[in-house]
Structure formats: structure tokens, C-alpha cells
Design a protein around this ligand. Structure first.
Ligand code: DON
Length: 310
């Protein structure tokens, strides 16, 4: 079915959601952050926001989940806007081929993270934000409120504190980068910012709407605001295509063919240039930290609507 002929996607989304539900049991909810281990596994939602202002959804599309690594997209756009090309002296743009929280490559590569969407890269970006904003946590939430057009975006304190308490591996990444001179601010302050942005509570519909600018050359369609340059929208999409699904990015490009980003809260967002944004959410994760049901939903939808870029 060509996407131009779609008037009501909701019934298609509902059918796909129902078909995917047997997959709940093939994944496992993230438990290395204790607050996330308490989330009920058998939940799912999918939403599609289009550039012409429509939203289609099915399942628990207005139920909040933890944004987690998807927050790395927003942090990156803020840091690109503040620092310009200087950012790329401090973080690379290559896929890592390693798990999202891997530490070994960072030492070999002298404290320069492979890309801004693995944990090391996002902590580096958090350092840029802490160093360039007087109140970076508030600035992050303000940015998301502006993009969604909703005030009800906040950081879940329970998730924030849980990660602060159990964030030893991220602390190791941050101190290793600091030892190479690639972190400017104090490590505790950088980690607080990073955990706070990961703890953002959001739902599928809000998330899909918030990222429409990446499908529209940097311009948020409902406000006509230029959120980032056309060149930076291209660059973010390029990084998401090669690295957004971590060491499953190759498989995702092979099967789906869209820039995408996952989070251990169970959400995946996929950008469809010139069309819109798909978000899917379901807590059980595969061994790469990507939601099993959300992957399947996005794959089926992209397949059925012919959305692949390749
Ligand atoms: O730092 C962490 O480990 C988490 N706050 C975020 C990791 C994450 O979402 C990886 N995504 N699949």
C-alpha cells in the first residue's frame, strides 16, 4: 500500500500490534536499573506522526515509559547547536560494533567515543551540555517541552535515583574519558545530567511528534521552527542509521532500512524522511538491549508500507 494512499493507519497498527504480542515472552525487561525491572512486561504501543500533522496509534500510546537512550538524540542536537563542528573533535561518527555500555574500545581509542549514541558518547555530550548551560537538566526538559508542545514532560525521580545509585559502569566510562582529558566538567555533575535525561518520562505519541524535525530537514512542521540545520538533521539521521541500534544496527538496516534509535525502557523510534516518525514501545528486550516487540512492529510496518530508504 503506497503511503500517499493511507488515510487511516490506525486499523493496520492495531492488527500488527495484536500479531506481535506472542513475542513478549522472547525478551526480558531491563533489570540492571532496578526501577526499570518493576515495569510490567506485557505492554505495547505504536504511534505514527506525519509531517502533515496527523497522529495514528494503537495500544497504550499515551502510557508513559522511560526514554533512556533515545534521550541521546535530543542531547546530541542541543550539543551540535551549541558547539558546532568542534563537537566532532571529541566524539567520532563510526559504528562501534560493541554493546552500548562497552568500555574496552574507549581505552584503545584514547577516550574518544566511537559515536554519540553509545553510552560513552552520550556522556561526552552530557559534558558539553553541563559546560554550556547554566542549568542543563532544565534546558533539556525545556527543549523536549518545546518539541512536543506539552508541558507535562518530566524526569521520573525514581528512575533517576535508581540509575544514579547503580550507574557504576557509566561512571567508569566518564572517569576514563576524564583521564584522557576529554571531559571538562566534574564527573558527578556530568553523570547527574546524563541519568536525568535518560529518566525522562514520555509516551509514544509525544515522542513521535517531538522528532518530526528529523524527517523534515530540521524544521518542526507544526511550529515551522528550525530546530537544527538541514546539514545537522542529515548528520543525526546518518548516525542513527549506522549506530542507533548498537551492535544490531547492521541487521536493522538490512531488515528495515530507516534511521532508528532504541532505549532500554523498551521504545524504538524510526525516522521516515519526508513522511514522519514511527515510535513503538514494549518493555521486553533482546540481548542487544532492543525491544523485541517494537523491532517487529517497526519492521512489519516499514515492510508493509514500503518505507525503506534503500
Ligand atoms: O546508561 C544506561 O545504561 C541507560 N540509562 C541507557 C541505556 C540504553 O537505553 C541503551 N539502549 N538500548
Amino acid at each position: 500500500m503506497p503511503i500517499t494512499e493511507i488515510t487511516d493507519l490506525s486499523s493496520l497498527l492495531l492488527r500488527m500490534l495484536t500479531q506481535c504480542q506472542p513475542l513478549y515472552s522472547s525478551g526480558k525487561v531491563a533489570d540492571y536499573i532496578p526501577a526499570l525491572a518493576q515495569v510490567a512486561p506485557q505492554q505495547a504501543a505504536v504511534a505514527v506522526a506525519t509531517l502533515d500533522g496527523k497522529i495514528f496509534s494503537a495500544g497504550a500510546a499515551q502510557q508513559n515509559f522511560s526514554l533512556q537512550s533515545i534521550s541521546k538524540i535530543f542531547g546530541l542536537v542541543m550539543a551540535m547547536n551549541r558547539l558546532g563542528d568542534g563537537l566532532w573533535q571529541r566524539v567520532n561518527m563510526e559504528p562501534s560494533g560493541q554493546p552500548f555500555n562497552s568500555i574496552v574500545q574507549l581505552e584503545w581509542e584514547k577516550g574518544i567515543p566511537r559515536n554519540p549514541v553509545i553510552n560513552a558518547g552520550a556522556i561526552l555530550v552530557a559534558d558539553v551540555l553541563v559546560s554550556h548551560y547554566s542549568a542543563s537538566k532544565t534546558a533539556f526538559l525545556t527543549f523536549l517541552r518545546r518539541l512536543t508542545g506539552e508541558e507535562a514532560i518530566y524526569a521520573d525521580q525514581q528512575v533517576y535515583l535508581s540509575e544514579l545509585e547503580h550507574g557504576n559502569r557509566n561512571a567508569a566510562l566518564a572517569y576514563l574519558m576524564k583521564s584522557f582529558g576529554n571531559i571538562e566538567a566534574g564527573v558527578p555533575q556530568v553523570l547527574e545530567h546524563y541519568f536525568h535525561q535518560c529518566a525522562t518520562a514520555i509516551n509514544c505519541e509525544q515522542l513521535a511528534r517531538s522528532l518530526l524535525f528529523l524527517a523534515n530537514r530540521g524544521v518542526q512542521p507544526h511550529t515551522n521552527e528550525q530546530i537544527c540545520s538541514r546539514r545537522d538533521a542529515h548528520r543525526v539521521n546518518a548516525i542513527l542509521s549506522t549506530s542507533g541500534m548498537y551492535d544490531q544496527s547492521g541487521e536493522f538496516a538490512f531488515k528495515v532500512g530507516l534511521p532508528a534509535k532504541s532505549g532500554v525502557g523498551g521504545a524504538i523510534v524510526a525516522i521516515v524522511p519526508q513522511f514522519g516518525v514511527i515510535t513503538a514501545w514494549s518493555p521486553p528486550l533482546n540481548r542487544f538491549g532492543n525491544s523485541v516487540v517494537a523491532m517487529q512492529l517497526i519492521q512489519q510496518l516499514a515492510d508493509e508500507l514500503g518505507l525503506s530508504l534503500f
